[in-house]
Design a protein around this ligand. Structure first.
Ligand code: GLP
Length: 262
């Protein structure tokens, strides 16, 4: 795992956008996995800025959404569809037929989830998956206890997540209890994963995910098994990490390995 600790939220978003740009420069038809929540908003803002400056173009880029609440129509302000449209898609030149998402009201849940997995495969897999993290260590809507090899499916939200996400709804009662989410196994097949966390209320989840044992009780801890994952945290979210000094030194000095080449 590459743990990158930055001073503040703006800097982690800047770094995430820089990595996405770098990957896009290598592969113009980049396949991006996108997440919702408050945390990735700054990354989308930076990407929009890069697009407006003409540094990144989305004509060939495809995107897959990570999860969706069951029961919400596309135009519901808290649906993944609406969030992505408002916060990214309407500001960039992505093609509608390159946007893939889970539906809040599918006709057949199992078939919909299966087809979604097939679509990811058909595109050659996800190149860069953006993730946030729940206070209980969830990724997507894979709540604690989710199988570490799970695929896209229906999940039930735990009370803590319902309470946490109530801030986006008029009341707690309005938060849907069921959702569709890419499975942990699905997420783990992404070629690169960028997980972002900001603020003190995420420090315990980050500590357990990065330095704790791999366990289904902390779904993000499975990322320790991924060969190319970047954990981008601000000082507050990384405050419980015991190897903070080491992570910072590595990030600052990683180019120095070039000095040892022949
Ligand atoms: C939701 C989403 C997750 C997200 C999490 C944290 O539960 N399904 O993908 O990571 O919230 O959100 P926030 O970034 O707002 O703390």
């Amino acid at each position: 795992m590459e743990v990158i600790i930055k001073s503040n939220y703006d800097e982690i978003c800047q770094e995430a956008a820089r990595i996405i740009l770098e990957e896009w420069q290598k592969k113009r038809n980049l396949v991006l996995g996108l997440a919702t929540g408050a945390t990735p908003l700054g990354v989308y803002e930076k990407i929009i800025e890069l697009h407006q400056k003409g540094e990144i173009d989305f004509r060939e880029v495809a995107t897959f959404s990570l999860d969706e609440y069951l029961g919400l129509e596309e135009d519901h302000p808290q649906s993944f569809a609406f969030y992505m449209e408002e916060n990214l898609f309407k500001h960039i030149n992505i093609r509608k037929d390159n946007i893939f998402r889970l539906e809040g009201r599918p006709t057949d849940i199992e078939a919909h989830c299966r087809e979604y997995e097939e679509k990811i495969k058909k595109r050659g897999g996800i190149d860069v998956q953006i993730l946030g993290i729940g206070r209980n260590g969830h990724i997507g809507f894979n709540e604690p206890g989710s199988s570490l090899s799970s695929r896209t499916r229906v999940k039930t939200l735990v009370e803590e997540t319902v309470k946490d996400n109530a801030r986006f709804f008029k009341s707690e009662e309005e938060v849907p209890r069921f959702c569709l989410t890419m499975g942990i196994g699905t997420v783990m097949e992404a070629k690169m994963i960028i997980l972002l966390a900001s603020g003190k209320n995420k420090n315990d989840a980050i500590f357990k995910s990065v330095e704790g044992p791999v366990t289904a009780s902390i779904p993000a801890s499975v990322l320790q098994h991924h060969p190319r994952v970047k954990i981008l945290v601000d000082e507050e979210a990384g405050s419980l990490l015991s190897r903070r000094g080491y992570y910072k030194w590595v990030f600052k000095n990683k180019d120095r390995v070039k000095d040892y080449l022949k």
